[in-house]
Design a protein. Sequence first.
Length: 145
Amino acid sequence: MKVKDICSCETLTVSAQDTIKEAACKMAKHNIGALPVVDYSQRVIGMITDRDITIRITAEGKDASRYSVGDIMTHDISCVCMDADIESATKIMGKAKVRRLPVVDDGRIVGFISLGDITRTGKFDMEAGHALCEISSNHNCCKKH
């Protein structure tokens, strides 16, 4: 099974120039916890999460309308190609310690895949479990069986 078979193709994005408040409102409106950050040609340049906003803005008492997504986004993120197999996606998630990945075609965002999407297929429980173990671990205690 390929990533393109189960990924969400309705991906919301933000730009690095958008304010944190705009990003947070988009997350709240659509009940999501992460947004890929894209440039003018829809190439993924980063990611912003609700946790980023909480820790880097709210916890520090900063005004979310005065800071841009580019000020706090994570720059070096992992992506997965739409033609990759699901096993590859779970390995990328585990190594990067993330539960969701932007799906790209020629570097441009075309979708989003989450560990939940993979688990819902019912076919990759072992791979998803191993990825979750790696994501949740601070050290290398997970062994593939």
